[in-house]
Design a protein around this ligand. Structure first.
Ligand code: SF4
Length: 95
């Protein structure tokens, strides 16, 4: 394990300690069951570490629900984010 891996692991463990989904894994890793997705999203809605969780899910291409978004929703989120960044950079180039 490299130093950066150790730092990332420590950070991951730190915010996971505050996760509202602790003890509810059955809702978070089965995108096929819509009822589970709905239940998972209810739990995520009140989670104090939603942002850290979403950032992890976006940067690590994990399966399941992270930050209240399914894998498909995260793909769309990333695509939209890239479009906005590209647009902002183009606008900046023309100033
Ligand atoms: S946002 Fe959802 S999946 Fe992420 S830690 Fe919180 S409850 Fe768990």
């Amino acid at each position: 394990m490299t130093n950066i891996d150790m730092i990332l692991t420590r950070e991951f463990v730190a915010w996971r300690e505050h996760a509202a989904c602790t003890g509810h894994a059955e809702y978070f890793f089965n995108d096929a069951k819509k009822t589970n997705v709905r239940e998972a999203k209810k739990i995520c809605a009140g989670c104090p570490v939603k942002q850290q969780c979403l950032e992890h899910g976006l940067t690590h291409d994990e399966y399941g629900i992270w930050g209240g978004l399914t894998a498909n929703e995260r793909r769309v989120f990333k695509r939209n984010l890239r479009k906005k960044l590209s647009s902002a950079l183009n606008e900046n180039d023309h100033k």
